[in-house]
Design a protein around this ligand. Sequence first.
Ligand SMILES: Nc1ncnc2c1ncn2[C@@H]1O[C@H](COP(=O)(O)OP(=O)(O)OP(=O)(O)O)[C@@H](O)[C@H]1O
Ligand SMILES: [Mg+2]
Length: 421
Amino acid sequence: MDTHNAFPTTIYILGTDRDIGKTVTCIGIMAKLLTPEYGYAKEDIAYMKPVGQETLTVVNGAGASIQVDKDAVLITSLLELPTYGYDQISPVVWQGGLTSRCIDDGAKGDPVAIQQAFMERIWASFLQVSQGKRLVILEGTGQPGVGSVAGISNGDVINMLRARGVPVYVIMVSEGGIGSTIDQIFPYLMALDHIGTRVDGLLINGVLVDKLDKIRHYLTTYYEHNMPVLYGERLKQPLPPIVGFVPTVPELRYPTLRLIAETFATQPDSGIEVIAPEDFEAAACQLVHNLKVINLVYGYEPYVNPGDAVVVGVNANDITLAMLLLHKRLIRRKGVGLAGLILSCKSAGGLSPQVRDLLADENLPTIAVNYDSADVIMRVDNLRVKIQPYDLIKRDLIIQTFREHLVLNLDLAKAAAPARG
Ligand SMILES: Nc1ncnc2c1ncn2[C@@H]1O[C@H](COP(=O)(O)OP(=O)(O)OP(=O)(O)O)[C@@H](O)[C@H]1O
Ligand SMILES: [Mg+2]
């Protein structure tokens, strides 16, 4: 699959939206390439996010705190990739204030000079990151237009790399439907074509399993037969084939009690307190399948399942105790207990010392918050669930899904083709 080029083959993952599955696709493709069928080793592959937006603070090699794109941290830690320093993996971070500064500076001076300065940073990082690698995976940012304020939209970055001789294979990720998917892809495909960016493959993510055959039939037919006739003459670049369909994995949308606790901790009114266990961070990484409210009116046994998290009023010590026993019984009988316990209305202050002691002795992740039960449910429902660096269960699900269900039809030799005129 390697081309005889000075640079390694580079896969650039674009998306038609934020949260569309670019990071999931990067993880899945890497996992696929690491199978014997493709024969890559971890040391052969590098990941980089040329332009980032949402950041985390990390410490770089020189001991300084730097802002790094969240996906760069996520992928390198989740896949245990050898790192070359986060400055390289995440060379440009688009932060608050940069947009207005860029527009003002560009209007006063030369927007192209600003663009070039960013491009040189990306290029220098690419040279570092790609050294000695057989393959580089680049994750695009947001939808294709993000970055255009400074002339570093996804298409611009791809064009720059290709112009400097990097064989770039571009995959555009979109969501699995029929009409909605075609509509979503269309404007981006046209705009990218207009700026001379060839897209080499489309990847349809999050397809409902029972609709897979139908969606495959209609999308393949449209892109192979209908679209070329309707728009082919107006396009300079060849139309991309569909390189894969990825099924929906519902568990990827499930939160963990750790994510719930971390989110509550950002809200001063939550009053969050971690009750148990001592190593809460490790214990609270189970996926929360459902959040159930238990009160004295309803029985709980048939209603609570392994993997559920339960909300109980802090004063209802009997119910809390019953949940602890249920958790232990579920582990004994089914191998999986509750994913967590949330004690609501903490300010009522009614958790008995005995129950607190019993909770402390067990491995059931438990937090207490000021919110009432309805408020807890609403806040968890509204949570934006993104994969976290500690979500090993989700990582394994993605790996399994891509390995089992995706026939990755990549013709990476195409990456070396020059984009048309
Ligand atoms: N096939 C899938 N099935 C179910 N959920 C999915 C699937 N793919 C992605 N998701 C969900 O969507 C979320 C966003 O996915 P991902 O982080 O890969 O998007 P992204 O395009 O990289 O987002 P960003 O624009 O922030 O970089 C994931 O955390 C996961 O919860
Ligand atoms: Mg991402």
